[in-house]
Design a protein around this ligand. Structure first.
Ligand SMILES: *[C@@H]1O[C@H](CO)[C@@H](O)[C@H](O)[C@H]1NC(C)=O
Length: 227
């Protein structure tokens, strides 16, 4: 019996994993805008375009404007005052509508990384974008004291890597609903054990039932098991 159950469970795991792969392949157009002006935080200007040519392989082409002297000075001010560099990514849908994702990093960290950043594009099972997050290598160094003028004067082109990942949950830490979930679980525990086991069975019956059937079958065919 044990020899049967293990391969069966492995098979289940493979089945469940297979469901996580996207069945849909397609491409995505994303426009990147950034807010460089410290005095006009709502003013976003075009930074460039990202085309993800296959959401399954994650291959992407990136085409970005180089930083003009004017924009570099605005960026310098953000970095020197240790402000956030804010970026808005617009995902263009086929019907012409767009979904917007705001992401930010420390301006001085982006300056120290010489405008090298990574865009994480998160997709749900249907291939729709559910999050776009920019991350910067030097993001852990919080202070800009050793940032020199020369660091900023050389800034010119953005170097952006794009990673596409299909995930189950939004990348945004949803603390409120997590706490609610913990709270609900605690209440359920306080109401008693019965509620919990019913929840477990209701959730996993499709995995439990085949195992039980297997046990019954092997019990029926195994004369020792009947005794
Ligand atoms: C990005 O796309 C917009 C319109 O879709 C275009 O006007 C702009 O020139 C493009 N920019 C780059 C850097 O490719």
């Amino acid at each position: 019996m044990k020899q049967l159950v293990l391969p069966f469970l492995c098979y289940l795991v493979v089945l469940i994993n297979a469901q996580l792969h996207l069945e849909y392949d397609g491409w995505l157009n994303i426009e990147l805008y950034h807010a460089l002006d410290i005095h006009e935080p709502q003013k976003f200007t075009l930074r460039g375009n990202v085309t993800i040519t296959s959401v399954n392989t994650g291959s992407a082409t990136v085409s970005q404007e180089s930083l003009t002297a004017h924009d570099r000075n605005k960026f310098r001010q953000l970095a020197e005052e240790n402000r956030l560099y804010r970026m808005e990514a617009h995902v263009l849908r086929e019907d012409g509508s767009r979904s917007r994702f705001l992401t930010s990093s420390k301006a001085c960290a982006l300056a120290k990384s010489q405008l090298t950043d990574v865009l994480w594009v998160s997709l749900d099972h249907a291939g729709s974008v559910i999050g776009i997050t920019q991350s910067v290598n030097h993001g852990n160094f919080g202070d800009c004291r050793d940032l020199t003028n020369r660091d900023i004067d050389v800034l010119d082109e953005f170097n952006t890597d794009v990673y596409v990942k299909a995930i189950e949950n939004a990348p945004v830490p949803d603390t409120a609903s997590f706490i609610q979930k913990l709270e609900r679980e605690r209440e359920a525990r306080e109401r008693g054990e019965t509620k919990d086991s019913r929840g477990f069975f209701a959730k996993y019956w499709m995995y439990i039932v085949p195992v039980v059937i297997l046990v019954l079958i092997s019990g029926a065919t195994n004369p020792e098991g009947q005794r």
